[in-house]
Design a protein around this ligand. Structure first.
Ligand SMILES: C[S@@+](CC[C@H](N)C(=O)[O-])C[C@H]1O[C@@H](n2cnc3c(N)ncnc32)[C@H](O)[C@@H]1O
Length: 337
């Protein structure tokens, strides 16, 4: 059978291919994804033979132009995604609906985005679950918001604080583009609020299961996070530098109402797999950011004191950051050590 040729492809014949009658994803799932033929207004992603990507919404009668001529949107509308289209000047394009991980790295940006590898870590390690109440700041370009909304689903709640109006607008457009309803409505679990989380969250009086902080100074929001988190809840910070990592982690320790913070980063390396040439890829995204999580203790409770002494000199005279009470007198390296 020639799979390239629709004339010989049972997938093009609903009588022969039972997959053709699989229903669309229920709109009440708010997943941002459709099944079945590509529709007017939906976004598609065209990838050329050099790996260049082009994302756009399908409009009847419109053409997509490139240095290889043009292709008609009408030649895509109504077809099942996953086909190759040839432009008027012989360029070949792979056509699919964009995945969320592809959308967030190609959408317009106000601020830097949380990359998909880190969004996956946040969803898994901060344990974002269907029905969870999550608050995040700042919303930036809305990349992490999309993953959080997907994870909590329509029965959860994602409240996103952003103090810069222009970024909030970018985020609104991006999140609505991927996860919004056909009538232009936003995901029902989402509220976008303009303001500083450190001030607005305590004023709201709301309680949450998870607090996610992606900003320059997350330690400034720790008291607000502690006040809003239910016992057992998780605070998670995403920080780009080691100085931020240190300051946030020590601030969590000093607070006393959280478990010992867990700090880590994830490194993802592609592999080249071709015949006998099976080796790591030459390039990788070496560093994006660090993650820190800690769990909120019940009111009035504090975690057990650490039984291990800090490393010699860890809190010595050169250390100027927040100093946990139980290491105040342990700063100097042991004599002769
Ligand atoms: C790196 S961006 C966030 C990116 C976002 N998580 C994403 O994936 O697209 C940081 C944002 O935090 C906002 N911000 C910083 N401190 C804030 C605070 N205390 N409350 C609300 N927003 C804050 C900044 O204006 C900026 O837009």
């Amino acid at each position: 059978m020639n799979e390239q040729d629709p004339q010989h492809d049972p997938q093009q014949d609903p009588e022969q291919d039972p997959r053709q009658d699989s229903p669309d994803v229920p709109p009440e799932a708010w997943g941002g994804v459709h099944r079945g033929p590509l529709r007017t207004g939906e976004w598609v992603r065209l990838v050329d033979t050099k790996g260049r990507k082009h994302n756009f919404a399908l409009v009847p009668g419109k053409k997509f132009f490139s240095n290889k001529g043009s292709v008609d949107h009408d030649d895509m509308i109504g077809r099942e995604e996953g086909f190759t289209l040839t432009s008027t000047a012989g360029g070949e394009y792979l056509v699919f609906r964009p995945l969320l991980s592809e959308f967030v790295v190609s959408m317009p940006r106000g601020a830097a985005v949380v990359y998909p590898k880190d969004a996956a870590q946040i969803v898994a390690m901060a344990d974002i679950f269907p029905g969870a109440d999550v608050v995040e700041a700042g919303v930036g370009s809305g990349a992490l918001t999309c993953s959080l909304l997907r994870a909590v689903g329509p029965h959860g709640k994602v409240t996103s604080y952003e103090r810069r109006e222009e970024f909030a607008e970018v985020a609104r457009r991006n999140v609505d583009q991927f996860l919004g309803g056909p009538d232009g409505s936003s995901h029902p679990a989402w509220s976008l609020r303009l303001g500083d989380l450190a001030e607005e969250l305590p004023a709201s009086g709301e309680r949450y299961d998870r607090v996610i902080l992606d900003m320059l100074a997350p330690w400034e929001c720790l008291d607000a996070a502690a006040g809003a988190l239910r016992p057992g809840g998780i605070v998670c910070a995403y920080v780009a530098t080691t100085t931020q990592l240190s300051k946030f982690t020590e601030t969590v320790r000093v607070h006393g109402g959280f478990t010992e913070p867990h700090a880590w980063e994830s490194l993802v390396r592609d592999w080249h797999v071709e015949g006998l040439a099976v080796r790591p890829g030459h390039s990788m995204i070496g560093h994006t950011a660090f993650l820190v999580t800690a769990r909120r203790m019940a009111p009035g409770q504090s975690p057990p004191r650490k039984r291990r002494r800090p490393a010699p000199g860890a809190y010595g005279p050169d250390y100027t950051g927040p100093r946990p009470a139980d290491v105040a007198d342990l700063g100097e390296p042991p004599a002769g050590g």
